[in-house]
Design a binder for this molecule. Structure first.
Ligand SMILES: C[S@@+](CC[C@H](N)C(=O)[O-])C[C@H]1O[C@@H](n2cnc3c(N)ncnc32)[C@H](O)[C@@H]1O
Length: 325
């Protein structure tokens, strides 16, 4: 069983959260960074989303990995280290690690995630593989990548995994900066396996981000629960609606929390009171969708060479293996 009422977050993390909430709710439009969706409850809700019939990313990527994991890792020389950015449940990195087992190759795995529950789940998933040694980093992608790169001994090949279309949460300039940052952390011959969701029909996209069971709505509204709990705010959950929008011009699905009426919310630990007009929204997440060519171009512009791409034609999802030049 997974404990969802995790221990209180460290004071420093709460202070950063308070500072970000105060600053970003003063913007126009109001925003909250999507990384804050993943507290203990948020991670459990995300795992539930992955099991919904309408959210097809996880199953599509799982299908590609179960079919192609062996050739993906076959060309990478030993000794090997995997670094997964935003590992979630750890099931995908476990599939790649499994592919090494039949060849009696051992691997060390660095798991990087801001969510303690995600790290706990991943460590449990990988714990059953005796040829795998695991290091968990409870921190941001950037900080974790820096740390994992400094721990890597010379002569070890690094494969960075950025799966589940996590790249889609970055706007195009930020995606370029982050892919370039990954490239700088790598040495020639190291690799990046990038999972990216592809453009598909608006109907399919909206069902994935606004499902009929309301799990994605709960995932989004949990941000308000989190602000109430950690920053002692008085958001009334019934006064906000979840909304998903396909912005075709920007090729992204946006998630918002929309105020049902004019209201004021006090957030004592962030030292602010925030006013909402009726219909005003807080922008909580972007999920950019790509074409297969765009994925390759993005990696190549950041200093990688695309070695191979595997596409799930059914769910329209691509896994691309890049090698650092
Ligand atoms: C959409 S989930 C995907 C999980 C997994 N990669 C998958 O494919 O199922 C995103 C994961 O990244 C983590 N995450 C989100 N933003 C992060 C950030 N800025 N730094 C570190 N981890 C982050 C979340 O806690 C969550 O576990």
């Amino acid at each position: 069983m997974i404990e969802t009422s995790a221990a209180a977050p460290p004071a420093e993390a709460v202070a950063d959260f308070a500072e970000d909430v105060r600053r970003d709710l003063a913007l126009s439009p109001k925003q909250i960074q999507s990384k804050y969706l993943y507290n203990a409850l948020g991670s459990c809700l995300f795992e539930a989303i992955c099991r919904l019939p309408w959210y097809r990313i996880t199953r599509a990527e799982g299908r590609l990995l179960s079919r192609w994991a062996e050739p993906m890792v076959a060309s990478l020389p030993d000794p090997l280290t995997f670094v997964e950015l935003g590992c979630g449940s750890g099931e995908k990195v476990a599939m790649l690690a499994e592919a090494l087992r039949s060849r009696r190759r051992s691997v060390s795995v660095h798991l990087i995630d801001i969510s303690p529950i995600a790290l706990e789940l991943s460590e449990r998933t990988l714990g059953r593989l005796e040829h795998v040694s695991v290091v968990g980093h409870r921190t941001t992608y950037e900080e974790g990548l820096r740390h994992a790169a400094t721990l890597r001994p010379s002569g070890v090949t690094m494969l960075v995994l950025f799966l589940g279309s996590n790249i889609g949460n970055f706007d195009p300039p930020a995606a370029h900066d982050f892919l370039s940052q990954i490239r700088r952390a790598l040495r020639p011959g190291d690799a990046l396996l990038l999972g990216a969701d592809l453009v598909k029909s608006e109907r399919e996209l909206l069902l994935a981000y606004d499902d009929p069971l309301g799990v994605t709505a709960a995932f989004n509204k949990n941000l308000l629960v989190r602000i109430n709990r950690e920053l002692l705010a008085d958001f009334d959950l019934a006064s906000f609606d979840h909304r998903a929008v396909w912005n075709a011009a920007e090729s992204r699905v946006e998630m918002h929390l929309v105020s049902r009426h004019a209201q004021q919310v006090n957030i004592p630990r962030a030292g602010c009171t925030v006013s909402f007009e009726r219909g005003e929204h807080i922008w909580t997440e972007n999920s950019y969708k790509y074409t297969i060519e765009e994925v390759v171009q993005r990696g190549e512009r950041a200093g990688f060479r695309s070695r191979e791409q595997w596409v799930d034609g059914d769910a329209r999802f691509a896994l691309t293996l890049f090698v650092a030049n």
